[in-house]
Design a protein around this ligand. Structure first.
Ligand SMILES: NC(=O)CC[C@H](N)C(=O)O
Length: 387
C-alpha cells in the first residue's frame, strides 16, 4: 500500500495529534466528538445529526466491512471529518459494494488515521467536546490552531435548515394502513419512517420550515419531531410548532433533537453535556416498566428539568408544566441524564436516544408501538390521552 501523506489533528486547546491522511486530502473543522460504537460506522457517517462534527471512532479497526447500498441513514455523509486509529486494508462483507476510504474520498470527507484515539478520547472526556481541525495540506500546528479557533462553536448553532429535505416526501405504510404521521424533518434518519411503516403508519416527511397547518394538511393523525444537528436552544420555530400541537392535543412523539424541542415546548431548558453520549451500548432505565434497555445514542445536549442538577438523580414525580403534568420517563444509568419525557395530561412523549437504532440494538423498538397506541387512543376516543 502506498505511503500515506502526513496529517495533523489540532484541538482548540492546542493539543495536537499526528497521523496520516485518510479519505480526502485537505483541511476541515468542526466539533470533536467520540463515538463508542464497535459497528455501524456507515450509519454514523450518514446520520445528519453529525453535521459539523468531527467524529472520533474509539473502536480501533474501522472499514472492515466496507460500505454497502443499504445502510445509509440519509442521502450523503454528514460528518465534518473522520478520525480513526487503524483503517482496514481490505473491507470484506457479503453486502459490500465498495471500500470506506474510497467513499470518504469520493464525498470529499477529510479524515485522519493512525491517531492515538484512546488518548484523544480521554482528552475529550476530561476537557469536554471542543473545536478541532484536521489538515493534510498544512502540517504547522500553530497556523491550524489559529483557524480552529475561528471555526463556529456548536453552542448557538442552528443547523436544521442545512440538513432538511428540500421537498416533502412520503414513506408508505407496509401492509394495512393504520395511521398517518407528519414528520418535521430537522435531520431525520431513514430508519424512523421505516420503523413506523412496519406498524402500518404512512409518514409524510416535511421540510424544517413547515408550520403546523402544513403538517396537518397531510391528513396526519400525529406529529413526529425528528432528530437533528445543532443546539436545541436555537430551535424556536419548531418549539412554537410543538406548543401549538400540544395546545391542539395532536399526538406527538419526539426523538433526540425532537425530544429537546418538546422539552422546551413544555417549558424546560436545555444545556450542553460535557462530552455527550455517542455509541450503541448506553444503558437507559424505562421508569414506566422498570426495565433497563441497551440503546443507541447521539446527543451533545440534554433537557434540564427542575430539581435535578447536572448529574444528579432526577426525581420520579409529576412535574407541573404549562401543559399539565410531565414525568421523566427514561434516565441514563451512566450519568442520570434525562433520556425521555412523558406528558400525563396531553398526548405527547419523547426519548433523547434512538429507538430506531441504525446502528444499535433494538431494545427500544417498543417505543414505536407506544406511539401507535398513543395515536390509537386519540383516534378512537376524541381528545383522549394515554395518561
Ligand atoms: N441526534 C440528535 O438528534 C442530536 C440532537 C442535538 N443536536 C444534540 O447534539 O444533542
Amino acid at each position: 500500500m502506498a505511503k500515506r501523506r502526513p496529517a495533523i489533528l489540532v484541538l482548540e486547546d492546542g493539543r495536537t495529534f499526528p497521523g496520516e491522511a485518510y479519505g480526502s486530502v485537505g483541511e476541515t473543522f468542526g466539533e470533536a466528538v467520540f463515538t463508542t460504537g464497535m459497528t455501524g460506522y456507515q450509519e454514523t457517517l450518514t446520520d445528519p445529526s453529525y453535521h459539523r462534527q468531527v467524529v472520533v471512532q474509539t473502536a480501533p479497526h474501522i472499514g472492515n466491512t466496507g460500505v454497502n447500498g443499504e445502510d445509509d441513514e440519509s442521502g450523503r455523509i454528514w460528518v465534518a471529518g473522520y478520525v480513526v486509529r487503524d483503517p482496514a486494508r481490505i473491507g470484506s462483507n457479503w453486502r459490500a459494494t465498495g471500500s470506506l476510504e474510497d467513499r470518504l474520498a469520493t464525498e470529499g470527507v477529510v479524515g485522519i488515521s493512525g491517531v492515538d484515539t484512546r488518548a484523544l478520547t480521554r482528552h475529550l472526556r476530561e476537557r469536554g467536546a471542543m473545536r478541532v481541525g484536521i489538515s493534510s495540506v498544512d502540517n504547522d500546528p500553530q497556523s491550524l490552531l489559529a483557524r480552529v479557533r475561528q471555526a463556529p462553536q456548536m453552542v448557538g448553532a442552528d443547523l436544521s435548515t442545512e440538513v432538511t429535505t428540500p421537498e416533502p416526501y412520503v414513506v408508505e405504510a407496509v401492509g394495512e394502513h393504520r395511521f398517518t404521521v407528519a414528520a418535521l424533518d430537522l435531520g431525520i434518519k431513514r430508519n424512523v419512517p421505516r420503523r413506523l411503516a412496519a406498524r402500518g403508519v404512512t409518514t409524510h416527511v416535511l421540510p424544517a420550515g413547515s408550520n403546523i397547518d402544513d403538517l396537518l394538511a397531510t391528513g396526519a393523525d400525529a406529529i413526529f419531531l425528528s432528530p437533528g444537528p445543532g443546539d436545541p436552544a436555537t430551535a424556536d420555530g419548531p418549539v412554537a410548532l410543538a406548543r401549538e400541537a400540544l395546545q391542539r392535543r395532536v399526538p406527538l412523539f419526539g426523538i433526540c433533537f425532537g425530544s429537546q424541542i418538546l422539552g422546551r415546548a413544555l417549558g424546560f431548558g436545555t444545556y450542553k453535556l460535557g462530552y455527550g453520549h455517542r455509541g450503541i451500548n448506553q444503558p437507559v432505565l424505562d421508569r414506566v416498566t422498570g426495565k433497563v434497555e441497551v440503546t443507541s445514542h447521539n446527543h451533545g445536549f440534554a433537557v434540564e428539568v427542575p430539581g435535578a442538577g447536572h448529574g444528579a438523580v432526577v426525581p420520579d414525580q409529576v412535574i407541573d408544566t404549562d401543559f399539565g403534568g410531565v414525568r421523566v420517563s427514561h434516565v441514563c444509568l451512566n450519568d442520570n441524564v434525562v433520556e425521555g419525557l412523558r406528558a400525563v395530561d396531553v398526548p405527547a412523549f419523547t426519548v433523547q436516544y434512538h429507538p430506531e437504532a441504525a446502528a444499535g440494538p433494538h431494545d427500544a423498538d417498543y417505543l414505536f408501538d407506544r406511539f401507535a397506541e398513543l395515536i390509537e387512543g386519540r383516534t378512537h376516543s376524541e381528545g383522549r390521552t394515554n395518561a
